[in-house]
Design a protein around this ligand. Structure first.
Ligand code: PGA
Length: 241
């Protein structure tokens, strides 16, 4: 694991955007895996600025989002579809047909998960996967458990995740209890992985991810087995490494 510690959230966002820009400038048709949540917001803003300054062209870029709440329509303001279009995609020149997201209101879960796996494969696999990390060390929505599923699947969210994500909803009762997520195997197949973490609340998860045993109870620790992972953290999140 390549661990890069930066001063603060601003630096984290700048450096993450630089990594994405370098990837796209090297390979115009790059396939990106993208996260949602608070952490990547700064990176998305920096990427929008780079696009506005003509420093990146997203016209051939292909994206796959990591996960989506099960039961929320793409139009729901808390859906990850809505989040991605609102905060990022509508501000850049990405083609709609190159944006791939899981359908949270699918009537056939298995078919939807298989469809996602198939398109990732057809598109040649993910070149650069960006990740956030939960306080419980989940990545995507792969929650700590005795066993983890490898491929895209439906998952029950842990109480701690529901609680953490309730900050985006009016009431905790509105937070979906299930989600569709890429599996650990789907993520681990990406050629390069960059995990972003900011803030003291992520420090314990980061320490276990980097220094601890590889365990399905700490899903992010599986990244220790990948050969091209960068952990990009600010000083607060790195404080226990
Ligand atoms: P956050 O979420 O970026 O909002 O902290 C990360 C995650 O839960 O994966």
């Amino acid at each position: 694991m390549n661990i890069v510690i930066v001063k603060d959230y601003y630096e984290l966002s700048i450096q993450a955007a630089q990594i994405v820009a370098a990837q796209i400038n090297k390979i115009k048709k790059s396939v990106l895996g993208l996260p949602t949540g608070q952490t990547p917001l700064g990176m998305y803003n920096e990427l929008i600025k780079k696009y506005e300054k003509d420093e990146i062209d997203f016209s051939q870029v292909i994206t796959f989002n990591l996960d989506e709440y099960y039961g929320l329509s793409p139009l729901h303001p808390q859906s990850y579809h809505y989040f991605m279009w609102n905060t990022f995609f509508q501000h850049i020149n990405i083609k709609k047909e190159n944006v791939n997201m899981l359908n949270g209101i699918t009537e056939n879960i298995d078919e939807e998960c298989q469809r996602y796996e198939n398109i990732i494969q057809i598109r040649g696999g993910i070149d650069l996967q960006l990740l956030g990390i939960g306080e419980n060390a989940h990545i995507g929505f792969n929650e700590p458990a005795n066993v983890l599923k490898s491929r895209t699947h439906l998952v029950n969210l842990s109480n701690s995740t529901v609680k953490a994500n309730s900050r985006f909803f009016n009431d905790i009762k509105e937070v979906p209890r299930q989600a569709l997520t890429m599996g650990m195997g789907t993520i681990m197949k990406a050629k390069k992985i960059v995990l972003l973490a900011s803030g003291k609340n992520k420090a314990p998860a980061l320490a276990k991810t980097v220094n601890g045993l590889v365990s399905t109870r700490v899903p992010a620790s599986l990244l220790q087995l990948h050969k091209e992972v960068t952990i990009l953290v600010d000083e607060d999140a790195a404080s226990r490494i």
